[in-house]
Design a protein around this ligand. Structure first.
Ligand SMILES: [Zn+2]
Length: 422
């Protein structure tokens, strides 16, 4: 018997939130976030309320079978701060393995990342940033977990944080069928495949994040190696120690744990680079690392194969594309959620031009606008490549325009639906 499912993309501005309405009254939520500086049709508790209402309209009860948080960035989790979630029953919560608080590798990774961000924050005054760049740097560091300023201007959001959102995901729903979240992948098998009892018959293929912390930290090799080396060294505090006031004791790198070492001539050259663009790029590198913790999933539901890559970046894609089994999963995709709002570093050319099948629908949750964080987003070349490969796509920020066949927008363009055979 042929059946269909609906994928609903909410217009959350520069963020992601997708609700999957499946046969058998089942529902899956993939992310619920929006960006404090780039909101769409939802800005606070209203996103959680809308999702809960839509899920209940489909299933007949206040319940979501699976809640997936691809990674801890604001634009993917911020709405989980809402108290509305306390009214919902949940089957299971899925998060990347780095969110497992009992995993020593995860603790180590976050400690290191927080150390980078903290030292960068301490060194920031020495970079002579303009007020705009300073605000941008603060945001990037805040998003990477360092609370420097209170970024939310309105009262409702002032108390919200990425950390608060994570608390909901760990333990904030009225009821969970499975008490502990699933931290994915759960093994070193790649790609990992499992089935969950809350949605029988669905196969879940986990393609990311890498289980190896070193692979998560591998940054985009398309960038100049030298530049990245400089950025990471700066972020690690090596340069900062040379140019800025001494750090407070707790953030000083112990001699035995000094990280990458610089030759004297490199140090001299790097000292000359202390200007605002470098500081912002360094903050961006720290922030990008979190994208690399993103879940990348293929959900196999009947005949449907949904490719949901979160904001995964180059390191994760490189690994996926090099693996036959993973590649063949991508070849069978019947739907593609475009990664990282259509940015340059989240969708490989090979993926679009050589791997994904033609004539599948795609969704891009994005928002054009000012602000360094969304320069060139969505990337024109990427949208063009999708078109050239007959991949029809809808943008969350263009729901009020004429959409390609199959995509249907809500009257006020607050979301866009597509039906997928399954
Ligand atoms: Zn994002």
């Amino acid at each position: 018997m042929s059946s269909t499912m609906t994928i609903r993309m909410y217009n959350v501005g520069f963020g992601d939130s997708f609700l999957l309405l499946l046969p058998g009254k089942k529902t899956i939520l993939v992310d619920a976030g929006f960006h404090s500086q780039g909101k769409g049709a939802f800005t606070g508790n209203d996103l959680a309320k809308q999702i809960a209402a839509d899920a209940e309209a489909h299933s007949g009860e206040p319940r979501i079978d699976v809640v997936i948080a691809t990674h801890r960035h604001q634009d993917h989790v911020f709405a989980f701060n809402s108290a509305e979630w306390k009214k919902l029953d949940i089957g299971e919560v899925w998060m990347p393995w780095v969110e497992d608080r009992d995993n020593p590798d995860a603790t180590k990774l976050w400690k290191k990342q927080q150390g980078f961000a903290m030292r960068l924050a301490e060194a920031a005054p020495s970079f002579g940033l303009s007020p705009e760049d300073n605000a941008e740097l603060d945001f990037l560091l805040w998003n990477a977990g360092i609370d420097i300023t209170n970024l939310a201007a309105d009262a409702e959001l002032a108390a919200w944080s990425n950390q608060g959102a994570l608390e909901t995901l760990h333990d904030g729903f009225r009821h969970r069928d499975r008490l502990d979240p699933r931290f994915l992948p759960e093994s070193n098998v790649f790609p990992e495949t499992f089935e969950s009892s809350v949605i029988t018959g669905m196969k879940v293929h986990v393609l990311g994040p890498p289980r190896d912390p070193d692979e998560i930290e591998e940054l985009d090799p398309a960038n100049d190696d030298e530049t990245y080396k400089a950025l990471m060294l700066r972020a690690a505090g090596v340069l900062a120690q040379a140019v800025a006031a001494p750090f407070s004791e707790q953030w000083r790198v112990p001699e035995t744990d000094a990280g990458p070492q610089l030759a004297a001539k490199d140090l001299k050259r790097l000292k000359g680079l202390a200007h605002s663009a470098d500081a912002l790029l360094a903050a961006k590198a720290v922030d990008d690392m979190i994208n690399s913790t993103s879940l990348v999933l293929v959900l196999e539901i009947g005949d449907a194969r949904l490719l949901l890559p979160g904001d995964a970046e180059w390191g994760t894609w490189k690994r996926i594309l090099a693996n036959n089994k993973a590649r063949s999963l991508l070849r069978g995709a019947t739907f593609f959620k475009v990664g990282h709002h259509g940015s340059h570093n989240a969708t490989s050319k090979t993926l679009v031009e050589k791997v994904l099948p033609r004539e599948i629908p795609a969704m891009v949750s994005t928002q054009e606008g000012s602000g360094n964080y969304r320069n060139n987003i969505p990337l024109e070349d990427l949208l063009k490549a999708l078109g050239e490969h007959d991949i029809s796509y809808a943008r969350s920020d263009k729901g009020d325009e004429v959409l390609p066949p199959g995509f249907v927008a809500e009257a006020d363009a607050k979301w866009i639906d597509i039906e997928i055979a399954c």
